[in-house]
Design a protein around this ligand. Structure first.
Ligand code: GTP
Length: 341
């Protein structure tokens, strides 16, 4: 079955890391997020995918010149301008001549969803489109999807206020579409699947949704990105449990870690240097990052080739951009973003 994978967003919430690396090329325990997504797709029988590209498309094309990602054959669809989610799906599906039932996946969703089960549900209900749903504690950040008992979507409510959420089931970012959905999307300009197409389908009574309780994480925020790394190391996302992790951490063999350093639930990617008496907890060092002596880093992401000066203390949630130098003795906490374009 063919699929369209959306990876063209600018990744505002992951700035400054996304200024030079598209969100789905950021690594989860050393492996680009997009490969983790494709691993899961391959496990569930997806053989062909169209990558819907917009922002920094060359970073994907150069990384996978053979057009194969985790065993899945990939066609690249580069949008001439940002088309938003529905516009991107239409552009990519038309480019790949998709004319039968197909899958759509948000490229920053890490999930173990059984896609065959979703397709069966879609066919059993003779739906035009079917959304996978996931239960969350606070649905107000997501598209909330109330349904009838047999799964027909009553409404599609994007990011409702906390006290007005009709259900805790949210749009999990994996869909099954009939090609007729494409004809509902305007051929030019920005069209949002969440704000435009789903409400229209819900009103037509042809949109269904299936709740599912498999592993699911929207890795598009720094906090969720850190969680995804920890979950991978601890093997919560079953098939991707990382071999060679110890004490909930993963250290690439090319990196140097002083024996006096304490590393807990953290990722030290390739070519990093961690000096004496460093404490690293629930954090990710991206390739080439350097942490000088006596530094404590907790719940933070240190970007490629960034340097954290000696005696500094970084606490939840610092995101340090590529090549940034943090002054020795710095004290940083809160929603801190360091580094510009
Ligand atoms: P934020 O800016 O942090 O919200 O991230 P984002 O740009 O990725 O947006 P969001 O997470 O809402 O997007 C959901 C999915 O759609 C992601 O996989 C994006 O890469 C993708 N996406 C969003 N807008 C576009 C677009 O205009 N074109 C394409 N091809 N994909 C898009």
């Amino acid at each position: 079955m063919k699929s369209v994978i959306l990876v063209g967003g600018v990744g505002t919430r992951m700035r400054p890391l996304t200024y030079e690396t598209p969100k789905q090329m950021l690594p989860l325990v050393g492996v680009p997020m997009i490969e983790c997504v494709f691993d899961a797709l391959a496990r569930h029988g997806i053989t062909d995918a169209v990558l819907a590209l917009g922002y920094l498309p060359d970073r994907f094309i150069e990384a996978y010149p053979s057009g194969v990602i985790a065993g899945v054959h990939v066609t690249y669809a580069v949008e001439p301008e940002p088309l938003d989610t529905a516009g991107a799906i239409r552009f990519a599906a038309k480019l790949a001549n998709i004319d039968e039932t197909f899958i759509v996946v948000n490229g920053d969703i890490i999930t173990d969803l059984d896609i065959s089960k979703l397709v069966k549900f879609h066919r059993d209900h003779r739906a035009e489109a079917t959304i996978a749903l996931h239960a969350v504690e606070d649905p107000s950040r997501f598209g909330v999807v109330p349904t009838t008992p047999d799964g027909r979507v009553i409404a599609f409510v994007e990011k409702p206020p906390r006290d007005e959420v009709p259900t805790n089931l949210i749009n999990a970012g994996t869909y099954v579409f009939e090609p007729s959905v494409l004809e509902r999307i305007a051929p030019t300009g920005r069209v949002s699947i969440e704000r435009d197409t789903f409400p229209e389908l819900a009103a037509a009574g042809t949109l269904y949704a299936m709740a599912d309780d498999s592993y699911w994480l929207d890795a598009g925020t720094p906090q969720a990105f850190l969680q995804a790394n920890v979950d991978f190391m601890l093997g919560h996302f079953r098939e991707n449990a990382v071999a060679g992790t110890a004490d909930g951490s993963w250290i690439h063999p090319s990196s140097t870690v002083d024996p006096s350093a304490t590393i807990i639930n953290s990722v030290v990617d390739r070519n990093c240097v961690v000096k004496a008496n460093v404490v690293l907890e629930n954090s990710v060092l991206l390739p080439g990052a350097v942490v000088e002596e006596d530094v404590e880093v907790r719940f933070s992401i240190i970007g490629p080739d960034a340097v954290i000066g000696a005696l500094s203390r970084l606490d939840a949630t610092c995101v340090v951009g590529a090549n940034v130098r943090v002054e020795p003795g710095s004290r940083l906490a809160g929603d801190v973003r360091l580094g510009g374009v």
